[in-house]
Design a protein. Structure first.
Lengths: 364, 223
């Protein structure tokens, strides 16, 4: 656990970058620092591994003040990932990843084996090992950056806007990869970003900081979206706050109708305005008008229980029938969620309504 | 052309203290010694100033002085002051001339390393000296070598002029040749000096190949 206890960073010219920050980043969770530029989020992060020293207050790492630890020793025990990856251009990928293990005195062979293992873990081909950073794309470099930070298996990982310099598609895949890794590794991660969507996607807890380095709100993403502490947080969350909240509304309980799916070549009852044609092995083909004239029209799918109401609503909006097609992991149709059923599920999610129970989130 | 034949064909030019091998050796000795001494001063100083960021003024002053100092004047002054009993009156000005290019390029090379990279190196837990030795120097190596090469060329050229003072070196063929109207010697000596400079260039190109990481020189094909 990382504890900020009344931490202030004041520069000699009087500028206050971080102002009386008190918060905890719990062990095994991702804590995101988010806020506009000048809010002190990066400064706060860098005070943890003493790239910057706090002026007042103290930062504790599992109860021990970081100020008491010699900076290089402290940093070798903390993974650090930065925006442009910061790979060493003169070293090949495997040597880059093995940097900290080598500093810690591992022998060459062991450090190399570990590096190769991590290369694979972050989703890179073993053939990349002998390449140099300039031969890799931005996204690949960032993966190497993550692998390098994980090399000595530190319990704590600091990530300073690691994905903000790559394009949105790559960013999404890097974020998914991080969540997948975190599900296996359970590191204590502090993640800095200016992107509220990224914060909500990745954070177990999100700390919203305002300009001048003051904590505006610390909450899990769901609470943040449902109950912003003040106008600043509300404004920072943006206009889509309501829609984003649907990400946290589960689709488990959504009723699925099976009467709307018909096999190909169906010519029975056509009283419904739209029917979903499915292949013999259960895959959706498309929506056909009830009178049988025209189609098949496009459809949208979601996976009940796995995807959120946001995905279900998105799927409904992509279909002419206004219904969302529920599919299993293999893409086979489980049933159809109608707009009425989606409507009913949404009433529980409106602002001021009772937030849906999320038993797996113990904090807050 | 016949001058070249006369010069290189004359067996007298291949032996004795005034022969080509001896003069070549003298030229090499002056150049290497001066460059070595200059590098011993300029590289550590450049690394230190570049790494700590303190003392940048030294670099600026040195760069400006090198442009202001007349090579020949300096040489003549030292010879007048110290006489020609030893090689030092020649070596000292040569060292003074070759310090600035090495110092400036070493400093610029270290200063020019991407701050993100320094940050990452410290963030990984490298200590100051390790950051310098394991990251900054390898990345700045092309510029450091450039400084050395510029100085080497300058030293080789200036050593030629040093022959004026009566000390050895390939310049003697040119200068003595002019004095005695022996144009075969002038032309032959010039050719030797040019070849010598080319060999030095080639040496540095090879050194660069061997010592600079392909990741820095980007010599490899992308993908």
């Amino acid at each position: 656990m990382i504890t900020f206890d009344a931490v202030t960073k004041r520069y000699p010219d009087g500028t206050v970058a971080v102002d009386d920050l008190t918060l905890e980043a719990p062990t095994g969770e991702i804590t995101v620092f988010v806020g506009p530029s000048g809010c002190g989020k990066t400064t706060s992060l860098r005070m943890i591994n003493r790239m910057i020293d706090a002026t007042e207050g103290s930062i504790l790492l599992d109860g021990r003040p970081v100020r008491e630890i010699d900076p290089p020793t402290l940093r070798r025990g903390i993974g650090y990932v930065i925006q442009q990856a910061g790979l060493f251009p003169h070293k090949n990928i495997v040597d880059n990843i093995a940097t900290v293990p080598r500093l810690l005195g591992w022998d060459r062979r062991k450090a190399r084996d570990r590096a190769m293992q991590l290369l694979e873990r972050v989703g890179l081909e073993p053939g990349m090992a002998e390449r140099y950073p300039f031969q890799l794309s931005g996204g690949q470099q960032q993966r190497v950056g993550v692998a390098r930070a994980l090399a000595a298996d530190p319990p704590v990982l600091l990530m300073d806007e690691p994905f903000s310099a790559v394009d949105p598609v790559v960013r999404t895949s890097l974020q998914d990869e991080l969540l997948r890794l975190q599900a296996e590794l359970h590191k204590t991660i502090v993640f800095v970003t200016h992107d509220i969507d990224e914060a909500i996607k990745l954070g177990d807890r999100v700390a919203v900081l305002r300009v001048g380095g003051r904590l505006a709100q610390l909450a899990d993403p769901e609470t943040l979206l449902a109950q912003p502490a003040d106008d600043f947080v509300r404004e920072f969350l943006g206009h889509d706050r309501g829609i984003r909240r649907l990400q946290f509304v589960p689709t488990d309980g959504l009723p699925l109708r099976s009467g709307l799916t018909v096999p190909e070549g169906y010519d029975g009852d056509r009283s419904e305005p739209w029917l979903l044609t499915v292949t013999p092995d259960g895959r959706p083909v498309g929506w056909v008008p009830g009178d049988g004239k025209g189609g098949p029209e496009p459809f949208g799918t979601f996976r009940p229980g796995l995807d959120s109401m946001r995905a279900a609503l998105d799927a409904a909006l992509l279909s002419p029938s206004g219904c969302a097609v529920a599919v299993d992991d293999d893409g086979r149709v489980l049933g159809v969620a109608t707009r009425d059923d989606l409507d009913a599920a949404l009433t529980g999610a409106v602002d001021g309504g009772r937030p849906p129970a999320r038993p797996e989130r113990g904090h807050e | 052309m016949t001058w070249l034949g006369d010069f290189f064909g004359d067996p007298a030019n291949w032996s004795g203290p005034g022969g080509i091998p001896m003069r070549l050796l003298e030229h090499l000795e002056f150049s290497v010694l001066a460059l070595l001494l200059a590098a011993l001063v300029a590289i550590p100083l450049g690394l230190l100033i570049g790494h700590t960021g303190r003392g940048g003024l030294v670099v600026v002053v040195s760069a400006n002085l090198s442009r202001a100092l007349p090579t020949l004047g300096l040489l003549v002054m030292f010879v007048l002051l110290l006489g020609t009993a030893s090689i030092w009156p020649v070596i000292i000005p040569l060292v003074l001339l070759s310090v600035p290019p090495i110092l400036v390029n070493t400093f610029e090379g270290i200063r020019g390393v991407d701050p993100e990279l320094r940050d990452a190196a410290y963030g990984m837990g490298l200590r100051g000296g390790q950051v310098l030795g394991r990251v900054l120097v390898p990345v700045a190596l092309p510029l450091i070598l450039l400084g050395l090469r510029l100085s080497a060329i300058q030293v080789v050229a200036t050593t030629t002029v040093a022959a004026y003072t009566g000390l050895g070196g390939l310049g003697r063929f040119v200068i003595d040749g002019f004095a005695t109207k022996d144009y075969a010697s002038v032309v032959g000596g010039s050719v030797l000096i040019v070849l010598f400079a080319l060999v030095v260039q080639l040496g540095f190109t090879l050194a660069q190949r061997v010592t600079v990481s392909p990741g820095v020189s980007r010599r490899l094909k992308t993908r």
